[in-house]
Design a protein around this ligand. Structure first.
Ligand SMILES: [Zn+2]
Ligand SMILES: [Zn+2]
Length: 255
């Protein structure tokens, strides 16, 4: 799989965009950044968005993507998948005809640019030849991680935002995902804040890795708060693990 990093930041400052990872040009893992990072051709190939949760830094690319597609009359439909609780939040609080139009009826109710597809933890779904499995993670709002598999290719697991958790690691192992994109938001000295806000620090992350059996071949770190970037990177390097990489906006990883 080819994964393009549209944003890997834990917030938004110049040079750091909010989380969004484009898999093989078609499937987006989270949607914090879309239209400012993709060219028109890439924007038109995008079909599916897997949302981990409804926090603004993970959804805020969607409103402008949809606006662009309708303005250009592409006829595309973007299907947003997540748990029902996450999709309900989007419908009620964003695409509610007040904050932003209800794009599930635009340009026409019969052929809208936005479709919602609620999925559950108990059943994997097939989208475009990929098998997608969702599992709960631990955050301050309903939140899910994903494993995306394609026959004959290595699969990828993605946590989104999470504090200490366990189910997701079991699910990742069951799906035999050897590559993991996971969060580490705060430095060790802010552990209290990290735990209260459903996030990880390098030392909490190390404890999570100890729960993973087997340990992933590669772990890609995202969602570092730009304000603490150097501190977090230094603390992660001090763990001495050679299977950890830091994701950078704009880079492409091939797994
Ligand atoms: Zn969040
Ligand atoms: Zn976040």
């Amino acid at each position: 799989m080819r994964i393009k990093v549209l944003g890997a930041g834990g917030s938004e400052v110049p040079g750091h965009n909010c989380p969004a990872f484009l898999v093989d040009g078609k499937i987006l893992l989270d949607a914090g950044t879309i239209a400012v990072s993709l060219n028109i051709r890439e924007e038109h190939s995008l079909r599916w968005i897997l949302l981990t949760h409804a926090h603004l830094d993970h959804i805020k690319g969607i409103p402008f993507l949809l606006d662009n597609l309708v303005t250009r009359s592409t006829g595309n439909t973007i299907t947003v998948l997540s748990g029902k609780d996450v999709l309900d939040d989007l419908k009620k609080n964003i695409f509610n005809g007040r904050i932003w139009p209800d794009f599930s009826k635009i340009p026409t109710p019969a052929h809208p640019v936005l479709k919602y597809k609620a999925i559950t933890r108990t059943r994997s779904v097939q989208i475009d030849g990929y098998k997608v499995t969702m599992e709960k993670v631990h955050h301050t709002v309903p939140a899910y991680g994903y494993v995306v598999e394609k026959p004959g290719k290595k699969s990828i697991a993605y946590t989104g935002d999470t504090g200490p958790t366990h189910r997701f690691w079991d699910r990742m192992a069951a799906r035999k995902a050897k590559h993991l994109i996971m969060e580490t938001s705060f430095p060790n000295r802010l552990e209290k804040l990290a735990l209260a806000s459903g996030h990880l620090t390098p030392s909490l992350m190390e404890k999570e890795i100890a729960k993973m059996v087997p340990t992933p071949e590669k772990i890609f770190i995202m969602h570092m708060k730009p304000q603490y970037l150097r501190e977090i990177e230094t603390e992660i390097r001090a763990l001495g693990r050679d299977n950890i990489e830091f994701l950078k906006d704009g880079e492409v990883i091939q797994i």
